[in-house]
Design a protein around this ligand. Structure first.
Ligand SMILES: NC(=O)c1ccc[n+]([C@@H]2O[C@H](COP(=O)([O-])OP(=O)(O)OC[C@H]3O[C@@H](n4cnc5c(N)ncnc54)[C@H](OP(=O)(O)O)[C@@H]3O)[C@@H](O)[C@H]2O)c1
Length: 322
C-alpha cells in the first residue's frame, strides 16, 4: 500500500508545524545563552561557597557524555502490528529518536489513519510510511516487503511485534487455534526475517527486535499456545543471533510484562485479576506502552551494537519476586 494520497495534505500540516519550530529555533540561541550564563553563575556561587567553607580542590568538570549513538536519524524501521498498543508505542519512540518508521497492520485504511495521526502529532510526515498485510500470508508479505525495500532502499530495523493472545485450557485446545497462534506469533517472525535479512547481510548491518513475553519465563494454566510461541521466539532470537551476528546484525527480544492494551482489556476489567496483578507485580501496576520505548530505541541504535541474542524483560520486576 502506498500512502501518497495523504502525503500532500500532511506535508502542508507539517509545514504549519515547521513554522512554529522555526520560530522556536530562532529563539534557541537566546535560550542557550541564558542557560549558559545561569550555569556559570551557579558554578561561580557554589565554588565561592566551597572555598569560603573549606579551601579544598574542586573536581575537574566531567567530560560531557556523547549520546549520539542513540540517535536513529536515517535508520529505516518497520514495526509490525503498529496500528495500536505496544507496536504503536514502539513506532512512536523510534520516530521520536529520529528513525524513518513504517507502520503496519492488516487493514490499509487503518494503517493510513495511524500514519495521518502520527504525522499530525509530530509534523514528521517525511519520516512515516505504511504497509498492510497479514503476517500469516506468506505471499502478501513477500509482495509488501519487496515493494517497501524497493521504495526505501532497505530496512535497517525490523520489529517483530504483530501478535495475538490466547486463553483456554490446554487439555482441549483446538489444533486450529494452536496453529493460528504459533503461525502469527512465531512463524511470521522467521518469515519476515527471511525477507528482510538478505538486505541487512548485504549492507553488513541491521537490527531485529522480537517482541516476546513474560511467559517466556513463567507459565500459567490458560496460555498454552501463546507461551509456547513466545518461548519459541526467545529461542529463535538466539538462533538468529548465532546465524547473523558475525555479519553485523544484532537480534534481541523485549519481553513485556502485563501491559495495558487492547489485548489485555478483558483482564484489566476483571477486578479479581487486576487486584492479583497489583499484588504480584513488584511495581504494583499495569505496564504502559511508553515503558517499552526506551529499550526499543536502545536496541535499535548503535549504542547496542555489542548486545546480541538477549531477551530483555520489562515487567515491573514480576519474575524477580515470588
Ligand atoms: N499487552 C501485553 O500485556 C503484552 C505482553 C507481552 C507481550 N505482548 C506482545 O506484544 C505484541 C503487541 O501486543 P498488544 O498488546 O499491543 O496487542 P494489540 O493491541 O492487540 O495489537 C496487536 C497488533 O498486531 C496486529 N496483528 C495481529 N495479528 C496480525 C496479523 N495476522 N497480521 C498483521 N498484523 C496483525 C494488529 O493489527 P490489526 O490492526 O491488523 O489487528 C495490531 O496492530 C504482541 O506480540 C503481544 O503478544 C503483549
Amino acid at each position: 500500500m502506498r500512502l501518497d494520497s495523504s502525503r500532500e495534505a500532511l506535508t502542508a500540516a507539517a509545514r504549519v508545524d515547521n513554522t512554529a519550530l522555526e520560530r522556536a529555533a530562532s529563539s534557541a540561541p537566546r535560550i542557550a545563552a541564558a542557560v549558559r550564563s545561569r550555569r556559570a553563575r551557579n558554578v561561580g556561587s557554589s565554588l565561592a561557597s566551597a572555598q569560603g567553607d573549606v579551601a579544598r580542590p574542586v573536581a575537574a568538570a566531567a567530560t560531557p557524555r556523547d549520546f549520539s549513538a542513540f540517535d536513529l536519524s536515517g535508520r529505516r524501521a518497520l514495526v509490525t502490528g503498529s496500528t495500536r498498543g505496544i507496536g504503536l508505542g514502539l513506532a512512536r519512540a523510534l520516530l521520536d529518536a529520529g528513525a524513518m518508521v513504517v507502520l503496519h497492520g492488516r487493514d490499509a485504511g487503518q494503517v493510513a489513519a495511524i500514519v495521518d495521526r502520527l504525522a499530525r502529532e509530530t509534523g514528521r510526515i517525511d519520516q512515516l510510511d505504511g504497509i498492510a498485510f497479514d503476517v500469516t500470508d506468506a505471499g502478501a508479505m513477500r509482495d509488501a516487503i519487496d515493494g517497501l525495500e524497493q521504495r526505501l532502499g532497505g530496512i535497517d530495523v525490523l520489529v517483530n511485534n504483530a501478535g495475538i493472545g490466547y486463553s483456554g485450557s490446554l487439555i482441549d485446545v483446538p489444533l486450529d487455534d494452536w496453529n493460528r497462534v504459533i503461525s502469527t506469533d512465531l512463524t511470521s517472525c522467521l518469515a519476515l526475517a527471511q525477507r528482510v535479512v538478505p538486505g541487512m547481510l548485504e549492507r553488513r548491518e541491521g537490527k531485529i527486535i522480537n517482541i516476546c513475553s513474560v511467559f517466556n519465563r513463567l507459565g500459567r494454566d490458560r496460555v498454552g499456545p501463546y507461551a509456547a510461541a513466545k518461548a519459541g521466539l526467545g529461542a529463535l532470537t538466539q538462533v538468529m543471533c548465532a546465524n547473523w551476528a558475525a555479519s553485523g546484525i544484532q537480534v534481541n527480544a523485549i519481553a513485556p510484562g502485563f501491559i495495558a492494551t487492547e489485548m489485555t482489556t478483558k483482564l484489566q476489567s476483571d477486578e479479581e485479576f487486576d487486584l492479583w496483578l497489583r499484588k504480584r507485580v513488584p511495581a504494583s501496576r499495569w505496564g504502559r506502552v511508553e515503558d517499552l520505548g526506551g529499550i526499543a530505541v536502545f536496541l535499535a541504535s548503535h549504542a547496542a551494537d555489542f548486545v546480541n541474542g538477549q531477551v530483555i524483560f520489562v515487567d515491573g520486576g514480576l519474575p524477580a519476586v515470588l
